[in-house]
Design a protein around this ligand. Structure first.
Ligand code: ADP
Ligand code: MG
Length: 462
């Protein structure tokens, strides 16, 4: 079973990721649809979960099926003190000297491949190296945030963008952008201690520190950081104690000219449950939002992702994907991954046919955007017209009406802009779509049976 998983995984990843993260895994057993794999360390496990969970899920789906489960067994290294991801027991030499410059500190090795108990290591940044500026496609939707990020990366702590707060909806690239800043600083300023931490992890560490009576070393640890990147600060809301400690850390770092980078899923003014004094700090620097990618940016993102994997597709497929998935970049990536998987499993090229059938199979409850194909399917079945006719230009009444209903449903059920709806019908312009939507609305008002029909079709998706 594991061998099957590996072959799926291998086709998804480049060689070095595969060799680093999958080759060291040992399969232990396969019982009751549950595959247990042994990983070398806690860190290794977290890394897999953080970065490869989709790849693993897909591999399990293929090798075992939908009901397949994956369990990890983590090797505990006895010689190691079993550090939590960030140790609170770090010798406090740095802050006692009052120099923040020297970041080489003795910490027990966490590397799964080394057994020496202590070794001079650079402090772990917890950055994912794949998140770089290079891979972050620029568009109108993110121009300000990206530019501010670059400015901060060039001169951490020295611009007026301190803190830099990036906000935006899910899957729009917040984590990618703030980590790209961190990665860039790390490579340009190797002496600086860059730390990426999710708010959730920060909170958990804080709670543990209270439990273990080690608040002081917790705080001291954070005071050593030169560039603090903290993701999803909306999760601080309602957590008064954590906020208070974060406030103190923030002030210290800010006063000593250290860079702070924050992300949030909403604008500071919409962050409820947050202390005013903390909120006002968030607004000190620069706040920039990330928006849904526009059509051109979506095209560029898809192209880039495929290019990175050495895959070429026709422009018609690109166009189709960019017109069909509009929600967010993560969704877009998910679809590309499924497409590549489908293509490699069925040994077919990625063409329009495959793109359509793959999108159809991705049923996503919230994201109605993905259901274009399903909506059109329902309409063709109900009116007994074939798909080409529905999408085509034939002006016979028995074809025009279903087409108008399909346009109406797409308009009502998805977030697709009119231009994209028109695209799905042979590239008609938005005025045709407006006309269709009006025609159906009027028909529903004057004809009860039409109203009933449309409601019924609509109801299939609600
Ligand atoms: P968020 O943190 O806002 O929920 P992420 O940063 O996790 O979103 O982004 C989701 C996925 O989309 C990531 O894999 C990321 O690499 C990708 N992504 C987001 N924005 C872009 C972009 N502008 N260019 C390329 N990839 C992007
Ligand atoms: Mg994120």
């Amino acid at each position: 079973v594991w061998a099957n998983c590996l072959s799926v995984i291998k086709s998804d990843l480049n060689e070095s990721s595969y060799a680093t993260w999958f080759a060291p895994i040992v399969p232990l057993r396969f019982v009751n649809n549950t595959l247990t794999i042994q990983v070398p360390s806690q860190f290794f496990y977290e890394w897999l979960e953080d970065n490869y969970v989709n790849v693993l899920r897909k591999a399990i789906d293929v090798a075992i099926g939908r009901h397949g489960l994956l369990e990890y067994s983590i090797v505990v290294d006895k010689g190691d003190k079993k550090n939590p991801p960030i140790s609170f027991n770090i010798p406090n030499q740095v802050s006692s000297n009052n120099t923040f410059g020297n970041k080489k500190i003795e910490v027990p090795s966490k590397s799964p491949f080394q057994t020496t108990p202590t070794e001079t290591l650079e402090l772990e940044s917890y950055l994912n190296p794949k998140y770089t500026f290079d891979k972050f496609i620029e568009g109108d939707c993110n121009r300000l945030g990206r530019a501010a990020g670059l400015a901060v990366a060039n001169k951490p702590g020295l611009t007026s963008f301190n803190p830099l707060m990036i906000y935006g909806g899910v899957g729009l690239g917040k984590t990618h952008l703030i980590q790209a800043i961190g990665n860039q600083i790390k490579s340009d300023y190797p002496g600086k201690f860059v730390l990426y931490v999710s708010t959730e992890k920060f909170t958990n560490q804080f709670v543990n520190a209270i439990r273990n009576n080690s608040i002081e070393s917790f705080t001291n640890f954070y005071l050593q950081v030169d560039v603090l990147i903290i993701d999803d600060v909306q999760f601080l809301s309602g957590k008064e104690k954590t906020q208070e400690t974060f406030f103190n850390i923030f002030n210290h770092l800010h006063q000593s000219g250290k860079q702070i980078i924050l992300s949030s899923d909403r604008a500071p003014r919409e962050l409820n449950g947050m202390e005013d004094r903390l909120l006002s700090r968030f607004k000190w620097g620069l706040t920039a939002d990330l928006q849904q990618p526009d059509y051109e940016t979506r095209i560029a993102i898809i192209q880039k992702k495929l290019q990175d994997d050495g895959i070429q597709i026709d422009f018609e497929v690109l166009e189709y994907l960019a017109h069909t998935i509009q929600t967010n970049v993560r969704e877009l990536e998910g679809v590309i991954i499924s497409l590549m998987a489908q293509a490699s499993l069925t040994r077919k090229d990625i063409d329009l046919e495959l793109a359509k059938s793959t999108l159809k199979s991705i049923v996503n409850e919230q994201e109605k955007e993905l259901s274009v194909e399903n909506i059109l399917d329902v309409v063709t079945t109900y009116f007994e017209v074939d798909m080409d006719t529905l999408r085509g230009k034939c002006r016979k009444k028995e074809n025009v009406f279903p087409r108008q209903v399909a346009m109406y449903l797409l308009k009502e059920l998805t977030n697709l802009p009119l231009k994209s709806i028109g695209y799905h019908f042979g590239g008609r312009d938005h005025s045709t779509v407006i006309h269709a939507v009006q025609a159906v609305s009027e028909a529903m008002e004057t004809d009860k049976s039409i109203e009933k029909t449309v409601r019924k079709l609509y109801g299939r998706f609600h």
